[in-house]
Design a protein around this ligand. Structure first.
Ligand code: BG6
Length: 489
């Protein structure tokens, strides 16, 4: 029996290009799909999260965002200015003792239009500097190829993921990354949260609801199929060109409990799991569309159009590991009137036994242990926790301190549950705190929903010095890392 974390357990932190980098029109970068999301100060958190979950744009809003008449604030264009401050930030990551740093490459920084023949040398050189800086401090690099954003030109010219051409453009991009950054990347992840395409279609598959009309659901799965092909192509490329570097698949894990012991609620829980989680991981890890989806597709009138070689491509290129984000759990029930609360990417059914965060997400450390056991039982593949953390507001005190016992408490409880999963025998290899340096929150597009151990002095309108301050949780996590998860006090 294992008693705790393996000596090489990867204590980490994660961010994404859109939410952190900024420099949206510097270094030869093209405009990407996340550059278009804007924040209207009059929207409430609930309105913004609702927009995010469904579709942030109508066609008219999309056109207006693209036209950019100078009246809108686009938070992702500025991020936290990691583009210019990465050296200072990585020095802080090293001070924390970080073992692995997860970030994404912005596709439009490498291929500004997505369909370009030659990559942008400035983009490659910037990522080489960032990743080299990590290695200088002995920090491993966990690199996501697509964390939602794709060059907007691909949407305008080809319909984005609706087109098979995008799969080819992606393969060129993936190959370019492996050729040019492969010596500096320790883990490849072709896609962030594969199931986001289903639950947050602009983010995941870049679809605008009112453009697709009645065909919306069908188009979502059409795009997802293309992403499965793109994922398989990336796996193939990494295996061929960088054998020995693991390449994985990721889902946003929606952990769910039956509301009662009624068989109907248990069936609902099974199906919620199949349709929201397992489908995506099954295709990437087991290499085939699971048969339970036939009935689901039939019910929704969805036909996935497959090419003659698609099944073979997917079957021959399965992932080496599975990664997931975990923030909350929810209830599965057939009761349509069940009380709802907010959750990552979805509205969740409320569990009366769980406390919620300031943003309404249900906090459930034990759910992390349960989910780790379930995923290990199902796939027997190494597991990487790619995101976990508490998004909440913080106060920067006049003396430059941020006291965040609530965050320490959240992280402590989740790491303790993770440790139990290790003792249960689960092969889990990393724990990466999401937004361990404050970034723009993806749902609300604001700075006031902070996950970080490092505070960034910016407000929701992007005003502030942008300076970095250490929160109490920074010292706490440093001790956790230094003791390999023994000291959680
Ligand atoms: C995940 C995304 O779904 O959740 C991140 O991969 C995101 O990009 C994170 O930031 C937390 O969500 P939010 O909306 O609180 O930023």
């Amino acid at each position: 029996m294992r008693s705790g974390f393996q000596p090489d357990f990867l204590w980490g932190g994660a961010i994404s290009a859109s939410q952190a980098d900024g420099g949206w029109n510097e270094g030869g970068k093209g405009v990407d799909t996340q550059d278009l999301r804007w924040l209207d100060g009059s929207w409430t958190h609930v309105q913004i999260e609702e927009k995010h979950r469904n579709s942030p744009f109508s066609k008219a809003e999309f056109d207006a965002a693209l036209a950019d008449d100078g009246t809108r604030y686009y938070p992702f264009r500025r991020g936290i200015n990691f583009y210019h401050r990465y050296k200072e930030d990585i020095a802080l990551f090293a001070k924390l003792g970080l073992k692995v740093f997860r970030t994404s490459v912005c596709w439009a920084r490498i291929f500004p239009d997505g369909d370009d023949f030659e990559p942008n040398p400035e983009g490659i050189s910037w990522y080489r500097s960032v990743f080299s800086e990590c290695h200088r401090y002995g920090i491993k690099v966990f690199c996501t190829m697509v964390h939602y954003d794709i060059p907007v030109n691909l949407v305008l010219r080809y319909g984005g993921w609706k087109s098979r051409k995008t799969v080819d453009f992606f393969a060129r991009y993936a190959e370019t990354l492996v050729d040019n950054l492969g010596d500096l990347v320790d883990f490849w992840l072709p896609f962030n949260e594969f199931n986001a395409g289903r639950f947050s279609p602009w983010d995941g598959v870049c679809l605008i609801k009112d453009v697709e009309g009645e065909d919306y659901d069908c188009q979502i799965f059409h795009c997802l199929h293309h992403q499965f092909l793109a994922n398989a192509r990336a796996v193939q490329i990494v295996h061929k060109k960088s054998p020995g570097t693991p390449v994985g698949g990721m889902i946003a894990r929606f952990c769910s409990y039956p509301a009662t012991c009624r068989p109907e609620d248990n069936l609902q829980a099974l199906q919620d799991n199949q349709y929201s989680n397992w489908f995506y991981a099954d295709v990437m890890a087991r290499g085939a569309y699971p048969t339970y989806m036939d009935r689901y597709f039939d019910r929704l009138g969805i036909t996935v159009e497959k090419g003659p070689d698609d099944d073979n491509l997917i079957a021959s290129n399965t992932v080496d590991f599975l990664a997931f984000s975990y923030y909350f759990s929810q209830i599965s029930t057939t009761d349509q009137g069940w009380e709802k609360t907010s959750g990552n990417l979805i509205m969740a059914n409320k569990n009366p036994y769980l406390p919620t965060s300031e943003w309404g997400w249900q906090m459930d450390p034990l759910g992390l242990r349960i989910t780790l056991n379930q995923m290990w039982d199902r796939y027997s593949l190494p597991l990487y926790i790619a995101e976990n953390g508490l998004g909440t507001s913080d106060t920067l005190e006049p003396d430059g301190h941020v006291h965040d016992p609530y965050r320490i408490n959240y992280l402590r409880n989740h790491i303790a549950a993770l440790r139990e999963a290790v003792v249960d025998g689960v092969d889990v290899r990393s724990y990466m705190i999401w937004g361990f340096i404050d970034v723009i929150a993806c749902g609300p597009l604001t700075m006031d929903k902070r996950y970080g151990l490092i505070y960034v002095d910016l407000d929701n309108e992007g005003k502030g010095t942008g300076d970095r301050y250490l929160k109490d949780s920074f010292d706490w996590y440093r001790r956790v890392i230094a003791t390999n998860g023994v000291d959680l006090s």
